[in-house]
Design a protein. Structure first.
Length: 411
């Protein structure tokens, strides 16, 4: 398909499809009852891979100004995240000898869930967060926060005020940046001569291995392999000197970067190890990317086949969870109330609302005890162990769990 799109990193023409998930609404735009009769905005969830730099990407169908100015996700609501943040803080303070004279800047600092731990250690911080509501929550907690989108211009202004970072953090933000080069250029400017950048993001290799196509949303413009991120940083004079792999978000990378001219930090052997692994797995050849799309279609066929069979056998099926990724899956597979009677979520903000596009009603989890469904389709599969143990009581009435990804499994 030719849409005359260009790669957001290297500006080559984009001619190759990674996966086409059809048309979908924004995955966090849950509907109130009175919106069900109104028009709903759908955008293509059409993903390209660049044959020059191998960056997997979506076009910017929706501007971040529309998505992120008021954002419903507060990081501090998740215990797992808070622990991850505290462990990170302790490690990085020790490893790079941060103290009261250091300056830590976090891009997309959300509600200050991470910077609060540096504040406790007496280390000066600054958060930069464009979503005004979450930024205000951080400011109320005493964490200095600028309500701005980050890029070259803001970095230049900050340096002019004498602000440069010893540690520059960006977790789960790079995917959401439409102008990637402007953002990384800004980081180069803001970083002190011997400063360190750390960034975390979902790893494309894991997305492909484990068939996590439902983690593709309009809000995430780019999907990074280690090889692609290394090229992007190198272009802006930044060198990756260490990398770690984590299980968060289905499999994430944490990269460590420094100025290319700063030779005080040696390059860890993890760097060549991961680069080689990706090369062996074919991430520098187009064939590996082309095979993903077929895997995704087969996942849809298998899930629908199972759901159709269960409905024909007179079984009742409901969902568990209403996460963003669930909405990609439901819309792509065309699963509505013809298959799922309802779904449940622990977040009270979603109760009484309906899933975007598919209009499945969302209730509190207690509803499951009342209706005793035969099957529970787990949408946040990354939390499946936790959910299976919390909801084990569905076995009392013969209920079973359905996990759709990486491949269909019934528990
Ligand atoms: Zn490219």
């Amino acid at each position: 398909m030719q849409r005359n799109s260009r790669c957001r990193f290297c500006n080559s023409g984009l001619n190759h499809t990674f996966v086409d998930l059809g048309m979908s609404p924004l995955c966090e735009s849950f509907l109130a009852m009175e919106q069900l009769n109104q028009m709903e905005a759908f955008y293509p969830l059409y993903v390209y891979v660049c044959d020059h730099c191998f960056l997997v990407q979506l076009e910017e169908y929706v501007s971040p100004k529309d998505i992120f100015t008021e954002y419903a996700y507060f990081s501090s609501y998740s215990d797992t995240w808070l622990k991850h943040a505290r462990d990170y803080t302790q490690m990085v303070v020790r490893r790079f000898g941060l103290n009261g004279k250091s300056y830590v800047v976090e891009l997309a600092s959300n509600d200050g869930y991470l910077l609060q731990y540096f504040v406790c250690d007496g280390i000066p911080v600054l958060g930069i967060e464009p979503a005004a509501n979450v930024a205000r929550a951080a400011i109320e907690k005493g964490i200095p926060t600028l309500i701005e989108f980050f890029g070259e211009k803001l970095a230049v202004d900050m340096v002019a005020e004498g602000k440069r970072a010893d540690l520059l953090i960006g977790n789960n933000v790079l995917a959401q940046v439409p102008n990637l080069n402007d953002f990384v250029k800004g980081m180069k400017i803001l970083l002190k001569a011997q400063g360190v950048i750390t960034m975390e993001f979902p790893h494309l290799l894991k997305l492909m291995d484990e068939n996590q196509f439902d983690t593709i949303y309009h809000e995430h413009f780019s999907y990074f392999s280690f090889i692609s991120i290394e090229k992007i940083f190198a272009k802006h004079g930044l060198t990756l000197f260490d990398v770690e792999e984590f299980s968060t978000h289905g499999g994430s990378l944490r990269i460590y970067a420094r100025h290319t001219e700063d030779t005080s930090k040696p390059i860890s052997e993890q760097i060549s190890k991961l680069r080689n692994e990706e090369e062996v797995r074919g991430l520098t050849r187009m064939e590996a990317y082309f095979s993903f799309s077929e895997k995704v279609k087969e996942t849809k066929r298998k899930l629908l086949e199972f759901l159709i069979g269960a409905k024909r056998a007179g079984k009742s099926i409901v969902g568990y969870g209403a996460p963003g990724k669930g909405n990609t899956l439901l819309n792509y597979c065309g699963i509505r109330t013809d298959f799922l009677d309802y779904t449940v979520d622990r977040n009270p903000y979603k109760h009484g609302k309906f899933t975007p596009g598919t209009h499945i009603p969302i209730f509190a989890p207690e509803k499951i005890k009342e209706t005793q469904p035969d099957y529970l389709l787990i949408l946040p599969w990354n939390l499946k162990e936790e959910i299976v143990s919390q909801m084990a009581y569905i076995h009392d009435w013969g209920g079973k769990f359905i996990v759709p990804i990486p491949e269909l499994r019934i528990y």
